[in-house]
Design a protein around this ligand. Structure first.
Ligand code: HEC
Ligand code: HEC
Length: 379
């Protein structure tokens, strides 16, 4: 079993948790306490089971794909691919977000279609381009027929073989993910730790651009005592619009027709590149949310290229240019009619752009960087 550096946070958390109560994770510098749902308290045994399930490759049609395939610790809990590759080499439509600090997100997935980590974890094993198992029955049968899992589920949840359900799996995985927490970056030491020498001068200037002329902070939020770098809301910032330009109405109509017939949203958005671009609309059916995606956190961003929901941007410099052009790769690209009002050309100087990149690089947590072996994008 892989032991995570980040798991040490739990040990710390145990020290401060009163005996008999659920574990409270001690938050690293810059982050609040991890929210733990009342119906899924943390325990060491449950976290260990979640760790094992997270790395279990049998939960896939070809026996080779686990959560860790697409969210690998040595790749900062992502896969460094533009879009993810599931069983039998099948490609999806979206970039794998990191699992680091996903525990703080108010919704899961780029379009927020699942409310929590428990709900999220049930989808990949049965998504046709990810795990590719036929259904949750086939999935649950894998643990029910494994004596070692049966024993561990009994220890953790007190259930017998036949009582093991997908919800037990989801709870264990989610408990494990709630230990994959990382703050404590140079920025955190500068901003919250009172160490004004923790960031380079370029990064300090970059922070000024971030909160000032760049207006990044309006969506990637920094608060008084902590920074999640997300507003947990959905915005169309112009990504992917070129691919569906002129066909938006038709794609939205076809999607709704299929959805009303009961076609699964998780399946459709990850296998149909057009439907993927509908973003939050696929969940809320609110026309104003066409092409709107969840604001991702920016922590450890240097370690998780490529960027955006479609993996279309390769470097942080590309990202800054994209924003500087008002949500466009090139200043003369067409603008999406659904573009967020917060996205306008920024008129940043070359120096300001470089400083902004330096600031983004100051958001790396040493505990994560220590385990990352490469940030090379895999084609
Ligand atoms: C084949 C690659 C693949 C596999 C396997 C996979 N994921 Fe993902 N994961 C993705 C992609 C791609 C997304 C984004 C999909 C979307 O938003 O529509 C995602 C999204 C997520 C998110 C949402 C993060 C956020 O910020 O919204 C979490 C959490 C997550 N995965 C955890 C898991 C867990 C746990 C497993 C195993 C049960 C798993 N993933 C298996 C590729 C994968
Ligand atoms: C209006 C809200 C908003 C503003 C303002 C904004 N962002 Fe974003 N940011 C988002 C959203 C939403 C995404 C995901 C978009 C997508 O994939 O379609 C994103 C994605 C990113 C990503 C890629 C993250 C990843 O994991 O792929 C980076 C880096 C980033 N933003 C940096 C910045 C910087 C730097 C600024 C200021 C120049 C900024 N953002 C301003 C909402 C915003």
């Amino acid at each position: 079993m892989i032991t995570l550096n980040t798991c040490r946070i739990i040990t710390l958390g145990m020290a401060i948790a009163a005996a008999g109560t659920s574990l409270v994770n001690a938050a690293p510098l810059g982050l609040p306490a991890v929210p733990i749902p009342a119906d899924n308290p943390q325990s060491d045994a449950k976290i260990a089971l979640g760790d094992r399930l997270y790395h279990e490759e049998r939960f896939s049609a070809d026996g080779k794909v686990s959560c860790a395939t697409c969210h690998a610790e040595e790749k900062a809990f992502t896969d460094h691919r533009a879009v993810s590759k599931g069983h039998n080499g099948l490609l999806g439509t979206r970039n794998a977000p990191t699992v680091i600090n996903a525990a703080y997100m108010e919704t899961q997935f780029w379009d927020g279609r699942e409310p929590d980590l428990e709900g999220q974890s049930k989808q990949p094993p049965i998504n046709p381009v990810e795990g590719g198992l036929p259904d949750h029955v086939a999935f649950v049968n894998i643990f029910r027929n494994d004596a070692s899992y049966v024993k561990t589920f009994k220890q953790v949840f007190g259930v017998d073989k036949k009582e093991i359900t997908i919800d037990h799996f989801a709870k264990a995985i989610a408990s494990f993910e709630r230990t994959i927490i990382a703050g404590d970056s140079p920025f955190d030491h500068y901003q919250f730790g009172g160490d004004k020498s923790a960031m380079s001068e370029a990064a300090v200037r970059g922070l000024a651009v971030y909160v000032g002329q760049g207006r990044c902070v309006s969506c990637h939020i920094i608060e008084q005592n902590q920074a999640l770098f997300t507003d947990n809301r959905f915005h169309n910032i112009g990504v992917g619009f070129k691919n569906i330009q002129g066909r938006v109405g038709e794609i939205a109509k076809d999607f709704l027709k299929a959805k009303n017939k009961g076609v699964d949203v998780d399946v459709t958005v990850l296998s149909d590149p057009d439907a993927s671009e509908l973003g939050r609309f696929a969940v809320s059916e609110d026309i104003n949310k066409i092409g709107a995606f969840k604001t991702p956190s920016l922590r450890n961003i240097e370690l998780t290229p490529p960027y955006m929901h479609d993996g279309s941007q390769k470097t942080l410099a590309d990202m800054v240019n994209f924003y500087n052009n008002g949500g466009r790769v090139n200043p003369d690209d067409p603008l999406s009619p659904f573009l967020s009002g917060g996205i306008r050309p920024l008129n940043l100087s070359d120096q300001q752009k470089k400083d902004l990149v330096a600031f983004l690089k100051a958001l790396t947590s040493p505990s994560i960087a220590a385990k990352v072996t490469s940030t090379k994008i895999i084609d």
